[in-house]
Ligand binder design. Sequence first.
Ligand code: NAP
Length: 257
Amino acid sequence: MKLEGKKALITGGNSGIGFATAQLFIHEGAEVAITGRDQKTLDAAVEKLGSKAVAYRADVTDSNARADLFSKIGQRFGNLDIVFANAGIAGATPLGSADETVFENIIRINLTSAFFTVQAALPLLNDGASIILNSSVIGSLGHPGSAAYAASKAGIRGMARSIASELSPRNIRVNIVAPGATRTPIWSRGSTSSEKADERSAQWATVTPLSRLGEPDDVAKAVLFLASDDSSYIQSVELFVDGGIVGSPTGATFRSA
Ligand SMILES: NC(=O)c1ccc[n+]([C@@H]2O[C@H](COP(=O)([O-])OP(=O)(O)OC[C@H]3O[C@@H](n4cnc5c(N)ncnc54)[C@H](OP(=O)(O)O)[C@@H]3O)[C@@H](O)[C@H]2O)c1
């Protein structure tokens, strides 16, 4: 088992990529604390994950909730070996009609809160710990209507590199997982209808060289790699789990003769 005896925190562990990662971490021997805002899905997640999981309701943007969260994690786990700052939202900010509150909320949840989660975790982190931040291919690809989301995810890249340089003396590794379009509830949250979400995800599949959406497990396996000793000399990388959309985008349209 790759994470025997390790203690992990996964923000946004009650859904999608975070939940799949919690399942895999537990399968590999870890104890896992998950967070989210929705008590119902937190309860359902813990029921599925079993006794190695504990759920705390905490909004990542709320500094009091963060303080309370890390106090409870300290009491339960003592220290932490892994932090997966995964909680995030999508949202449209098309140039010309973007709403400032929506723009700022995306930055606040996806970027600012990832930083303050890591900062709040610091007193609990063991030397040699692994921090993984969730970005996105949208942090590298131009994509219409996505300025705030793209900025938040590109910001994760710059931020992670700075944090890594600060934590390297403690042998704490800081890396990024950058998913491509992955089949999770994020597509149909908010005002997006499930038909529109299906249409969008089908479009992504057609422009992805591997011709399909990612599954949450595809991403979880990469997070496990970055969390475990298998990546012991890997620091400050952005690992794309995207079916080739960033590295070989023409592969979707130009098949070799
Ligand atoms: N799916 C994709 O195509 C894709 C691609 C690239 C990157 N990503 C990134 O992957 C991460 C996980 O997304 P997902 O696809 O797994 O979507 P998801 O199923 O919608 O999960 C999002 C998670 O974030 C949590 N969350 C959101 N805002 C929060 C807040 N203010 N405080 C605490 N928790 C909060 C949600 O908890 P509640 O439900 O309790 O609010 C939920 O657990 C995100 O950072 C996303 O940007 C996803």
